[in-house]
Write a protein that binds this ligand. Sequence first.
Ligand SMILES: NC(=O)c1ccc[n+]([C@@H]2O[C@H](COP(=O)([O-])OP(=O)(O)OC[C@H]3O[C@@H](n4cnc5c(N)ncnc54)[C@H](O)[C@@H]3O)[C@@H](O)[C@H]2O)c1
Length: 255
Amino acid sequence: MPPFAIYPSLAGRSVFVSGGGSGIGASIVEHFAEQGAKVGFVDIDVPASRALVDKLKAAGHPAPLFAKCDIRDLAAYQATIAQMAGKLGDFTVLVNNAARDDRHTIDQVTPEFWDERIAVNLRHQYFAIQSVVPGMKKAGGGSIVNFSSVSYHAMTPRLSVYQSAKAAVIGMTRGLARDLGPDRIRLNSLTPGWIMTQRQIDLWLTPEAEAGLMTAQCLKEKVYPPDIARMVLWLAADDSRLVTAQNFVVDGGRM
Ligand SMILES: NC(=O)c1ccc[n+]([C@@H]2O[C@H](COP(=O)([O-])OP(=O)(O)OC[C@H]3O[C@@H](n4cnc5c(N)ncnc54)[C@H](O)[C@@H]3O)[C@@H](O)[C@H]2O)c1
């Protein structure tokens, strides 16, 4: 175990993560498992997800529950969340992590393309929240972490639909934080900077891009998925019990 915090309030807690099979999501699943939480996650990447479950089992952690589910299919998604809650207990932590950041130009965007990008980057977050809220109310509260992105601040090129969705995540989080606060349900958004997942490294990390990033960041170190997962843990734990309606940027202090 690395020298980072252990949160007693997370032991045995029922946690749901979308897109937990790879990238930042896999690190989040791993970090919750290390805290002794009961984790359920969905993804469409079955081999990566199964490998993660096997790895955590082999490490002696409680095995997370995985289901293949496409978060764009809302009926299937809400049914999967309900089935998993039936097995693990009502979720009192929800991490809306799944997304897809493929690049495109403005002329490639049809109404169908727009709807699909919004479905994979925004819509599922709202409906996952809708699914877990009754259980959180029964439990006397809960914590929801919604993933936004630094890309709309940084004006990353050819990502405008994703950026539209990720900006909307902040508004959705604050609106629902108001509505659900009386039920002790906390909502915060998390804005990662450029995080070195294998996908990002393979697609985008050139020596020039790395040099540019190190100029832009105050802290001259690349940010990795565990750096994000540890912020998620804190937001999920009772240590942040009166923190809601906020946006947390984890980006090494990027211009
Ligand atoms: N990596 C970064 O630099 C970065 C920067 C800013 C924001 N973010 C945000 O952090 C979160 C995680 O990012 P990441 O880089 O790990 O993403 P990623 O693309 O590497 O992984 C996302 C996960 O979601 C899964 N997924 C994709 N489409 C799905 C679908 N339709 N149904 C179910 N699962 C699906 C993928 O299989 C994958 O396991 C996202 O919300 C992303 O927008 C990441």
